[in-house]
Design a protein around this ligand. Structure first.
Ligand code: ATR
Length: 290
């Protein structure tokens, strides 16, 4: 890879950020498309987020992705927002404008929507009840996607119960029943549900808390269990769901789909989703790689 003084810059801002496969993904696209650009991990603590984001246009960055735990905080810092970021209340993609301002966008919902459509073969989820674990920036996008997929009822359970209540209230004007359920009642919330989505970081490799403690027994046969965590590809939650015969969705397709609009905005080219790309990511995420 040649990096001259003309190289375009982008990256991912998070804390921690080392688990992120966004650099691998974007740099693969940069190299296959023959662009002179580079995408770097940017480990930024919450207290430094505003200064770091404000510095991006000054450093010549085209923009960044935003990941855990900064998606909601980034929304407040951006100067303008696209309609998805406004609806969701979180930002996962920032485009630096020529005048030095930051435009916040959200592509997580469309990423999740696409990964769900893969398994439902385009059928919508009319009448379905979904349980969302977590109430952070990613959860907001998942709730929006579940509404768009046709769910009738969404139950949100979060370790910090008030955050689940805030999220339910945020979506109160949407045509769907949204309720916060206490974290301690999350098993009971599965009663009557056919969809479960983990949007917390639980289950991620290296996390101090290794997995989402939830008993999937109350879930109806043939339900769909999705996890936005993709390190590992098969999280303990997905392994438990597979064991019970449910359909599972890992976080890989969402990772790829949420990345594409940002890449196009920064580098001016639509990045392709090829078999080679998916295989490269799956090999990197395979447990036996070490
Ligand atoms: P993001 O913007 O990527 O969603 P976030 O806003 O920090 O990141 O959200 C992380 C989510 O994971 C939150 O729902 C968080 O729960 P709290 O709101 O109680 O913090 C959840 N989470 C993180 N660690 C957790 C843990 N050990 N147990 C349960 N939930 C956890």
């Amino acid at each position: 890879m040649t990096i001259s003084g003309h190289a375009k810059l982008a990256g991912v801002v998070g804390w921690p950020v080392a688990h992120s496969r966004s650099p691998l993904l974007h740099n693969h696209w940069i190299s296959t498309l023959g662009l002179e650009a580079v995408y770097v991990p940017l480990a930024v603590k919450s207290e430094d987020l505003e200064a770091a984001l404000r510095a991006l246009p000054k450093l010549g960055f085209e923009g960044v992705n935003v990941t855990v735990p900064h998606k909601e905080a980034a929304l407040k810092i951006c100067d303008t927002l696209d309609s998805a970021a406004k609806r969701i209340g979180a930002v996962n993609t920032i485009v630096c404008r020529e005048d030095g301002t930051l435009e916040g966008r959200n592509t997580d919902a469309i990423g999740f929507y696409e990964s769900f459509k893969d398994v439902t073969n385009g059928d919508d989820l009319e009448g379905a009840t979904a349980v969302v674990l977590g109430a952070g920036g990613a959860a907001r996008a998942i709730v929006a996607a579940l509404i768009d997929l046709g769910c009738d009822c969404i139950r949100i359970a979060n370790r910090t119960d008030e955050r689940a209540e805030t999220l339910a209230a945020f979506f109160k004007d949407e045509k769907v029943r949204i309720e916060a359920v206490p974290w301690d009642s999350r098993d009971d919330a599965l009663d009557g549900a056919t969809i479960v989505v983990n949007t917390t970081s639980l289950g991620m490799e290296g996390d101090a808390d290794p997995q989402v403690a939830i008993d999937l027994a109350p879930l109806a046969q043939g339900s769909i269990v999705a996890d936005i965590v993709y390190t590992p590809l098969v999280t303990p939650l997905l392994a438990a769901a597979k064991e019970l015969g449910h359909t599972t969705i890992n976080g890989l397709r969402m990772l790829i789909e949420q990345a594409r609009p940002g890449f196009e905005a920064w580098f001016g080219q639509k990045p392709p989703v090829t078999k080679e790309l998916v295989e490269m990511l799956m090999t990197d995420l395979a447990p036996e790689k070490d």
